[in-house]
Design a protein around this ligand. Sequence first.
Ligand code: ZN
Length: 223
Amino acid sequence: MINPKQVPALTAATAAGCAAVFFVSCANNPGTRTVSASKTHHSANPLGFVPKIVQNFIPPGNLNRREKRKMKPRYITIHSTANQSASANAEAHVKLLHRAGLGRLSWHFTVDDSSIYQTLPTDEQGQHADYEGPGNRYSLGIEMCENAGNSRSKTMEQTAKLTAHLMKEHNIPINRVVPHQHWRRVRTDGKDFGHKNCPHFLMDDGQPGKKWEAFLKQVRSYL
Ligand SMILES: [Zn+2]
């Protein structure tokens, strides 16, 4: 789940609530890009399989991609959207990012049960984890969708495959595959928002436990 407190205008709302507002309004937004012009990207295949990744990068001039800060990824950060709205699938999140619907927030991949979209190059920082902290400076952000009707098990399978693929591609070890919860969110003014319970359905009492270990085991099975 993205951190709504990173966007001052959204501090009173939950991310799910904000996204729900977007999903009501975006259908009528004539500026929303469709994914029909997207490229399907097949990169190196060290695993014996190639996740089908649709690249649809956030426009460079956008508020959420203006700085285009370079990064060599050292970690992979797993999130979930915490948005159960039926329309909140991966494509809808891509459209949300394309119109900077969450202000400066951005991340690299969005996954649901049938698609994987990439919205930032892997050598560019996103804003999804911890303000100016290492989670943003050094990690690739993956959001798992939770929309009603979407298969969670299939979404996790796709996420695990994508994670294994990215680990191989960027030489990232399994102990650097972390939940968003791993990163302490300290804002640049020093305000400490602590650790987020994200992805909530892979945490045990807000901490990585058996569910997280099971996910990592699934990732390992694809290595
Ligand atoms: Zn998160």
